[in-house]
Design a protein around this ligand. Sequence first.
Ligand SMILES: N[C@@H](CCC(=O)N[C@@H](CS)C(=O)NCC(=O)O)C(=O)O
Length: 304
Amino acid sequence: MARALDTLLAWQSRAAERRQLAELSDRELFDMGLDRATAIGEAGKPFWRAEARETRIPVSTVGAARSAAPRFSGVEAWAMKLYSGPLSLFARKVEFALYEKGLNFERVMVPFTQEAGYAPKHPAVLAANPKGQVPVLEDGDLTLFDSTLILEYLEDAYPAPPLYPRDARDKARCRLIELEADEILLPPIRSLMYRNAPADPDPARQEARAAEGRRGEAAIREHYARLDRRLEGRDYFFAAFGVADIAMFMMVLWALRLGGPRLDGHPALARWYARTCARPAGRTVAAEIAAADRELSPLARAAR
Ligand SMILES: N[C@@H](CCC(=O)N[C@@H](CS)C(=O)NCC(=O)O)C(=O)O
């Protein structure tokens, strides 16, 4: 009986994801780095592996979640505050988790331009983080920096819905995939960032950046091949959607927005990416990054 219910819920969840994908406009699909064929191709897949769990944020409210009512503890009232950046991969990663958990938060966007980077630094960020980096999360009298620590804290303090596997070994594996995203896949992705920066006036230096970018692309492709094998036959990295998916999704989104290798030829990875994008939280994060890019980034402006 429980199994039948799980199957039914899984089917409903998958049907909802498919509907959401089908409803996306061409513009939204473009923002996510998807084409309609990949997005809708999801429809043919059997549903029994889908997770039996729905995100707690309805599509219609996910973008507005931050201004909702504060939570109460004794006589104090507060909403969490997140110092984020319009094009901060790590802050957007935390936003993804906050949306998934249905938590209200106030977002403070720190100044950022492609020309000057994170300048001037926000005083609250400087006070909270010796590295001067976002994300910084304030929750009552707790102030935290570093996306990995923040995600771990959110899981401990707000366990439902869970974003880590319960099993200790799988939880460790999940953390390893997050680390792989943040520390192994990010360096070659960084080599593509020159594409959104002002061109170096010295042609030789600009060509050196381009050559570094080409080496980065080769490394990303190798990584994609490994991810594709790992995701073969799976909806997400573990039985349910979680931190491993969020961390890796952010990297793939970043590589795509920087004109990096497409996901063609990596069908399992492409389907996983489309599926993650179709979640209300994924959709919101991708759309907000694309909107920030249209305002701030030469690559996105050139594509308009
Ligand atoms: N390991 C940190 C990395 C944070 C990070 O690199 N933040 C960037 C934005 S994505 C930043 O604030 N950079 C400004 C700087 O380094 O001065 C995390 O996971 O939060």
